[in-house]
Design a protein around this ligand. Structure first.
Ligand code: TYM
Length: 345
């Protein structure tokens, strides 16, 4: 069974959008607009799996929306909305909670990391987070999902859920005329030199929104001075840059900065090493500062401007939600028929 190609991805409105989010996900979102129909979602329901101050959640939802638009996502040609405005996400997540197995969720490394030692005190929502993520994608029967490396395991679980639903309800799916499979098995798109951007302070840790030190990350709203300071202070080692990829392997901090350079300049890491192999970090960092400021500066400035205009941002989200619901609702009705729920017609 073949499905129409459709791209879906989401970003949590939990503050501090950073270079990892930008290079690992948002730049891919922008590029895919040329070749695919795309749906990009600000996943506010995922955000509340850990405590969010309500006023901050509202502000952060608008800020992620502003970042999408400032980075070059066209909300007229494609769809941009916040998750809680389309009820199908929650409805399908419930069905998927009944399809997914506890053993599958127990394997999720992100839950283990986020729940930490005090697992008994984590929200139930945090535990079933991956079911909601599968519902986000599959409510649209989306086929391609651009994400950073850290979401790979969640994408595999989404495929397992889709497969089990197709198997468990195979007879009903055929009886309702949907062929042999109702859901596609969504494919992750995890490509390029910056699928896992690391902390600027520690090359063994992922760059993250929640890391206490602001020097560990470049935020999309950082100004030129902050970007320059953070890159200059970024941890490195005393050796000059190597001339080939093999030379980066034992040097996580160097590898990270080269990957960031390559992604910002639309090159491969090998290209960057061709230009900078043998150079000292001081020279390389100056070039990286110039590049990062040139690429990120205009996006940060546009974001700050857009985020002030609540009426505009909220109208983008409302319009996107309406168009998203028009796709998700018929799919959800079909799921209800397949599962055997009696529904109002
Ligand atoms: P979130 O909000 O943590 O991150 C948004 C996107 O940024 C990517 N990312 C990174 N990429 C490279 N290096 C990093 N250091 C880095 N940090 C974050 C993430 O991989 C992600 O692509 N569960 C998702 C949100 C989500 C979703 C979905 C994604 C909810 N439903 C459906 C795709 C499809 C998350 O927490 O992303």
């Amino acid at each position: 069974m073949s499905f129409k190609q459709l791209v879906f991805s989401g970003v949590q409105p939990t503050g501090n959008l950073h270079l990892g989010n930008y290079l690992g996900a948002i730049t891919k979102f922008v590029a895919l607009q040329e070749t695919h129909d795309c749906i990009y979602c600000v996943v506010d329901m995922h955000a509340i799996t850990v405590w969010q101050d309500p006023a901050e959640l509202t502000r952060n939802t608008r800020e992620v929306t502003a970042a999408f638009i400032a980075a070059g996502i066209d909300p007229k040609k494609h769809i941009v909305f916040n998750q809680s405005q389309v009820t199908a996400h929650a409805e399908l997540a419930w069905v998927f909670n009944c399809v997914a197995r506890i053993g599958w969720l127990n394997r999720m490394t992100q839950f283990k990391e986020k729940a930490g030692k005090d697992r008994e005190n984590a929200s139930v929502g945090l535990y079933v987070y991956p079911s909601l993520m599968a519902a986000d994608i599959l409510a649209y029967r989306a086929t391609h999902v651009p994400v950073g490396e850290d979401q790979k395991q969640h994408l595999e679980l989404s495929r397992d859920i889709a497969q089990k639903f197709n198997n468990d309800f195979g007879d009903a799916i055929r009886a309702h005329g949907f062929g042999d499979a109702f859901f596609p098995l969504p494919e992750p798109i995890i490509q390029g030199p910056a699928t896992r951007v690391m902390s600027l302070r520690d090359g063994s840790k992922k760059m993250s929104k929640s890391e206490p030190s602001d020097y560990s990350r470049i935020n999309l709203t950082d100004d030129a001075d902050a970007i320059a300071q953070k890159i200059r202070k970024a941890k490195t080692d005393p050796e000059p840059l190597p001339s080939d990829l093999k030379g980066l392997e034992p040097r996580p901090e160097a590898d990270n900065l080269v990957g960031i350079f390559a992604a910002l300049d639309n090159k491969t890491k090998a290209d960057v090493l061709r230009d900078f192999g043998g150079a000292q970090f001081s020279g390389f960092k100056s070039a990286l500062v110039d590049l990062a400021v040139a690429k990120l500066g205009p996006i940060g400035a546009e974001m700050k401007k857009l985020v002030q205009d609540h009426a505009y941002i909220d109208s983008v989200l409302a319009d996107g939600a309406q168009r998203a619901a028009a796709i998700a609702e018929p799919n959800m009705n079909a799921v209800k028929d397949i599962v055997g729920f009696v529904r109002r017609k």
